[in-house]
Design a protein around this ligand. Structure first.
Ligand code: SAH
Length: 368
């Protein structure tokens, strides 16, 4: 990946950069670019170890579970990277009824999930009333659970209504913090300015907010990634979702290379060191590019996993990228498989809501 700011970096070693990043939680932009662009397989274990230590100081060996329910594959948007884009005529579309979504939550609850992430394309057939109804029914059925929405860009008033209905968390990746790069990944009608407006509104309303990027997306440079890191440091999200870009055969990016395992792991660690108590998922995309990708993500500083709770008959239709794993599994299998994977690297999944730790300082209950 290109890295223009490399020209402005000091002659410090990567070991020195890693130690300073651990100590200060920050590095000058050119040093971050230099670290990410030049770190070698010999230097990376130190970065992972520092990130792991910081993660264990904040969260011990616990891994939080989020149950992902992909409730609609319809989308009005045309993002160039995404298999659900509206101009993909080959995509199989489905939407789940409220009843089916509630039964996914029911099953998830029995399996020990205490957070449900409702994700979809931007499907306007669900009105704000529908979303509010759904959220309040889930909260009523499971008062000890958190509901996370991941349904894209909405007006502030809609976000306010969902929050009042009981949604406390929202995931919306910025995808890139550079306006030129944003334009390369998205159709002209979408803008980084509106994406950031959404993120600011969500934070302001009181949501626990997750932002994030794809690693190795087309036209990405290390300079842009560092712009993302600076954005995240200033925005202070509760969660950061990052995973490798993986091409989808029916998109304009079909022939672009995927992001790499190593770049994703390095970035997970750098984010952990910059935002010590952030919730950091080891994503499905990371598990897709390498069979042990998620385990390696945990060992690089991640502390959340999001097993799929979607009904197995629709899983194969929510295809953001090619080769997505676990499309044939049942929720219970995913839950058990995740517990085994975490245990294999010395971590344990926790049955709890898994709130962001700094909330304790704000007087929120310590229940995680
Ligand atoms: N419509 C919702 C959910 C989008 S899917 C929203 O707008 O937030 C969730 C995330 O999947 C996206 O934010 C994007 O970062 C990621 N994603 C989409 N296509 C991808 C691809 N080809 N490879 C890897 N990640 C992808």
């Amino acid at each position: 990946m290109e890295a223009k700011a490399l020209a402005y970096a000091s002659d410090a070693s990567n070991e020195e950069r890693i130690r300073e990043l651990r100590r200060e939680g920050m590095l000058p932009a050119a040093e971050l670019v230099a670290l990410l662009a030049t770190i070698t397989p010999v230097e990376a274990p130190l970065l992972y170890a520092e990130a792991r230590e910081v993660r264990e100081q904040a969260y011990g060996k616990d891994v939080y579970l989020r149950g992902l329910i992909e409730f609609s594959s319809y989308c009005r948007n045309d993002c160039l990277y995404c298999g659900l884009r509206r101009s993909n005529a080959h995509a199989e579309r489905y939407r789940l009824s409220e009843e089916r979504i509630l039964s996914c939550c029911e099953k998830g609850y029995e399996l020990g999930f205490r957070t449900f992430v409702l994700q979809s394309g931007e499907d306007l057939s669900y009105t704000d009333d529908d979303i509010c109804d759904l959220v309040s029914k889930i909260r009523a059925a499971h008062p000890d659970c958190a509901v996370t929405l991941s349904i894209g860009e909405k007006p502030r008033e809609s976000y306010e209504r969902y929050f009042e209905a009981g949604a406390e968390r929202y995931l919306l990746r910025q995808e890139t913090s550079n306006p030129w790069h944003y334009g390369k990944l998205h159709p002209a009608e979408l803008s980084l300015a509106n994406r950031k407006r959404c993120l600011d509104d969500l934070k302001d309303i009181g949501y626990q907010v997750g932002c994030g990027i794809m690693v190795g997306s087309p036209c990405q440079t290390w300079d842009f990634v560092v712009e993302d890191l600076l954005y995240m440091k200033a925005f202070r999200p509760h969660m950061v979702g990052i995973g490798p870009f993986i091409p989808h055969k029916d998109t304009p990016f079909a022939h672009e290379p995927a992001g790499t395992l190593e770049d994703t792991l390095h970035l997970l660690s750098v984010i952990r060191l910059m935002l010590p108590d952030v919730l950091l998922p080891a994503t499905t995309a990371l598990g897709t590019i390498h069979p042990q990708g998620r385990e390696m993500g945990l060992l690089a500083g991640a502390n959340v996993v999001m097993p799929n709770l979607s009904p197995s008959d629709v899983r194969g239709k929510y295809l953001l990228y090619d080769g997505k794993i676990c499309t044939g599994d049942e929720a219970a299998e995913c839950r058990a498989c995740m517990a085994r994977r975490c245990a294999s690297v010395g971590y344990q999944v926790r049955v709890s809501r898994g709130d962001h730790v700094s909330r304790r300082a704000e007087g929120a209950p310590a229940v995680r």
